[in-house]
Design a protein around this ligand. Sequence first.
Ligand code: ARG
Length: 255
Amino acid sequence: MKKIALILAIVMVIGMLTGCGGGATKSDKLVVATSPDFPPFESLENGEVVGIEIDLLNIICEKMGKELVIEQMNFDSVLPGIQAGKFDLGASGISVTPEREKNVLFTDPYCLAAQAIVVTADSTITCKADLEGKTVSVQTGTTAESFCMDNGYTVSSFEANSDAQTALTTGKVDAWVIDDLTAADMVAVYNESNPGALVILDEAMTTEPYAFAFSMKSEALVNEINAILVELVKDGTVAEIFANNNAPYTQPQLG
Ligand code: ARG
């Protein structure tokens, strides 16, 4: 027993001397939780996660002298993981909502997005009002899911965005609700091999700001990253990253 206590004491002293175990914020790594099924923000390219938020986080890490570590998961695991303190931050095209603000801390928003309605070319749905009484597919845990449920549509939820898309293309639902830039990206890819098959309606569902999410306990880290992020919005770096990823950029108002 004494031996164990001695070993423990030595381990603790070494830990103190080397600065180990000081919590995520003191580490030389920044661990990000993401669901890479969301182009142009994060998607897989030859097994590597790429996209706007990865570009942005690489710049932030460079400025902080940290190494970016990417943990992949389904979208509905990102926020619970952040809340439980398993990762330093969540980057997944996460929309800021009052509901989420009760459970995680957000940076300032770095872009504005919207929820788009996608239908098949032969659909009679041409605007939001036409969705009444219809079935829609969405990704599990997203704002599209909560919005559509709150609005009384019949909702089919899927862990993967691609499955929500397939539900529409195979006629299982009447419409697919998904964030506008990802809709544009995924519809363009689908229509490449099926010309004109999918249509994004002009009328969007909602407008939503995107930000990075942190545990409620990470106030110092949020402040540090937020200061860098706001600067990158102001000096046009974020707009440039969107342009490099062939995506239109809508800058949110800076508080
Ligand atoms: N913006 C939406 C939300 O916050 C959808 C995000 C989905 N992200 C993803 N990587 N699949 O709920």
